[in-house]
Design a protein around this ligand. Structure first.
Ligand code: KIV
Length: 262
């Protein structure tokens, strides 16, 4: 388990996943104030997600988010994070080939202050992940529902329902791990498959809308605060349980740690 005053590193998440006593909790943040509150409330990691395209910038998808946007928001968050591991998203079209991905990931780390970069990945991104890993850039590979592949007209659905889709996800997860990914993130993957991938993986697996078996959980901050309309099916507002934002975040961390959410 992570101690309240100890820095959370990738090794901390690896240890928590290996021990399996307590799952780790993460939330998105896009600015310094919220990052400070979340950090003080004990989340193990903070993600500067390209969901900022929707919840901060008001777009219908994540696609308009640029590298400059990601660097700017990562800098804002990094200024006030003292303890949590800081992960930042590589946005749409920022990793079309290995040199481009390396240059953009380096910007998130060098200019932004990120410790891990996240990219949405299918089989086509395996060599990109290898290229990042070979440069010593810690990588989180995001699979299942990949919001950058969605247009506003697409339906959000659970992934891995058919045998073919499940086999492809299984193989992709394994290939990404073998290519050097440090973390996997499964979004809207059917529970049984997410459980199986988590059990098989030798690296920590983070879930969102993918059941309760993953090593850690992530929620979009605005969902936790009940500010999203309509709320995604997998999300829960924690604002009902207390008197303010800090209580809501503490309730969420406690619920992930104890296994009562998701
Ligand atoms: O951008 C984001 O907030 C994300 C989460 C949905 C995992 O990728």
């Amino acid at each position: 388990m992570s101690e309240p005053d100890q820095l959370v590193a990738l090794d901390t998440l690896r240890r928590m996943a290996r021990e399996g006593k307590r799952r780790f909790a993460g939330l998105t943040a896009y600015d310094a104030t919220f990052a400070r509150v979340l950090d003080a409330c004990g989340v193990e990691f903070i993600l500067v997600g390209d969901s900022l395209g929707m919840v901060v910038q008001g777009h219908g998808t994540t696609r308009p988010v640029t590298m400059d946007d990601m660097v700017y928001h990562t800098q804002c968050v990094a200024r006030s994070v003292r303890r949590a591991l800081l992960i930042s998203d590589l946005p749409y079209m920022s990793c079309c080939d290995v040199p481009m991905a390396q240059a953009n990931a380096a910007r998130l780390v060098q200019e932004g202050g990120a410790q891990v970069v996240k990219l949405e990945a299918s089989q086509e991104q395996v060599e990109i992940v290898r290229g990042l890993s070979e440069q010593g850039l810690p990588v989180c590979a995001h699979l299942g529902l990949r919001p950058q592949s969605l247009t506003q007209m697409d339906r959000v659905r659970r992934h891995g329902r058919t045998p073919d889709e499940a086999a492809e996800l299984r193989e992709t997860a394994l290939a990404l791990e073998q290519a050097g990914a440090d973390l996997l993130l499964l979004e809207c993957v059917v529970d049984d498959l997410a459980t199986e991938i988590t059990e098989r993986a030798g690296i920590p697996v983070i879930g969102i809308g993918s059941g309760a078996a993953c090593d850690g959980q992530i929620l979009v901050l605005h969902d936790l605060l009940g500010l999203t309309d309509p709320m995604p099916k997998h999300a829960r507002s924690f604002m009902d349980s207390g008197n303010g934002i800090a209580d809501a975040v503490r309730a969420y961390v406690e619920a992930v740690h104890s296994g009562s959410f998701p």
